[in-house]
Design a binder for this molecule. Structure first.
Ligand SMILES: Nc1nc2c(ncn2[C@@H]2O[C@H](COP(=O)(O)OP(=O)(O)OP(=O)(O)O)[C@@H](O)[C@H]2O)c(=O)[nH]1
Ligand SMILES: [Mg+2]
Length: 324
């Protein structure tokens, strides 16, 4: 099937076409790029929700619980689980399959696990693409889970309209080390595992971080949940609905749309630039030469980085086919 046929089929609700399109996007194939181009005008209907937070915070359990609550509310759900390519995540994918087993038999749910493409590909590229495809395929809600590892946390925050940050009690040090900037990219805070001691302390720490964040027109609620026991889930879905109403309200829609799209463009450009730079460096062998020279202390790393960029600019100027 070519791109137009894939788009036509996935918009009509064909699951196989959706799955194939996501595979193309994952591979960053020409068809994948064309499908994304054609599909974009048909997006914007779904609630897109990113679930981020550190490893083991309970994101998958929460995604499962949120999906079940959304199904109770009569909404169809697409789920994108993004795992880093580590041995740890293979276990996680298996665990997720078990946690979400009941969901996979539900025709109103479409679950897709994707591996992030290591350092060559941005999570933002694949996740944003998969979200758009599920949106265009007509799912009412699209949930994206990601293991938040520094940069990726911010990236997934631009992939979805509503980002839920999952923290845990006893994660005090971790919460303290979170940057206020992270507060600015999450619109809902959840202290999961509130059955464990210290949940209120974690809430207070998050509140203190929020107090110094540079917030715009939306103040993130801080909610407690026990995802494993299905507690606090309705409140989270209510909060997601409220935030979605906010971003779609006549008063805020334009500004929110601009904010979201601006972040997406910058993240996608950064990911493309990162990939281009690495590919060009590996192709020309210039990276290895610079590595050797910095390792021998003939150059400093900063000069080497600037030289690498110079080389990249020259290759763009001569090839004239920068096609990100
Ligand atoms: N006590 C308690 N444990 C929970 C709760 N929610 C999830 N867990 C447990 O925490 C562990 C990790 O849960 P996951 O849902 O896999 O967490 P995750 O954030 O998706 O983990 P990774 O994807 O591997 O980063 C599992 O053993 C869950 O059963 C909760 O509310 N309370
Ligand atoms: Mg998980």
């Amino acid at each position: 099937m070519d791109a137009s046929e894939l788009v036509e089929a996935l918009v009509a609700g064909n699951r196989r076409a959706l799955a194939r399109s996501i595979t193309h996007v994952e591979a960053d194939s020409a068809i994948g790029r064309e499908v994304l181009r054609q599909v974009y005008p048909r997006t914007g209907r779904a609630q897109t929700v990113g679930i981020t937070g550190s490893a083991g915070a309970g994101k998958s359990t929460l995604v499962g619980a949120l999906a079940r609550e959304q199904r109770k509310r009569g909404r169809t759900v697409g789920i994108v689980a993004v795992d880093p390519s580590s041995p740890f995540s293979h276990g996680a994918i298996l665990g997720d399959r078990i946690r979400m087993q009941d969901l996979t038999g539900d025709p109103g749910v479409f679950l897709r696990s994707m591996a992030s493409r290591g350092n060559l590909g941005g999570l933002s590229e694949t996740a944003t693409g998969a979200i758009d495809l599920m949106d265009a395929a007509g799912f009412d809600v699209v949930l994206v889970e990601t293991v938040g590892a520094g940069q990726d946390e911010v990236e997934v925050a631009t992939a979805a309209q509503t980002t839920v940050l999952v923290a845990n009690p006893g994660g005090g040090d971790e919460i303290q080390s979170m940057k206020a900037g992270l507060m600015e990219v999450a619109q809902i805070m959840v202290v999961n595992k509130a059955d464990l001691a210290g949940a209120d302390t974690a809430v207070a720490q998050l509140r203190a971080l929020l107090a110094i964040a540079n917030l715009q027109s939306w103040t993130p609620p801080i909610l407690k949940a026990v995802a494993r026991a299905n507690e606090g889930i309705e409140e989270i879905v209510d909060a997601i609905d409220l935030h979605q109403a906010h971003v779609r309200s006549a008063e805020h829609a334009d500004a929110e749309r601009q904010r979201h799209v601006r972040g997406q463009i910058i993240d996608l450009a950064r990911a493309a630039l990162h990939r281009e730079a690495l590919e060009a460096a590996e192709r020309s062998g210039s990276l290895q030469a610079l590595v050797d020279s910095v390792a021998a202390r003939e150059r400093d790393p900063r000069s080497a980085a600037l030289e690498l960029l110079d080389g990249l600019r020259r290759s763009w100027a001569s090839s004239n086919d920068f096609d990100a």
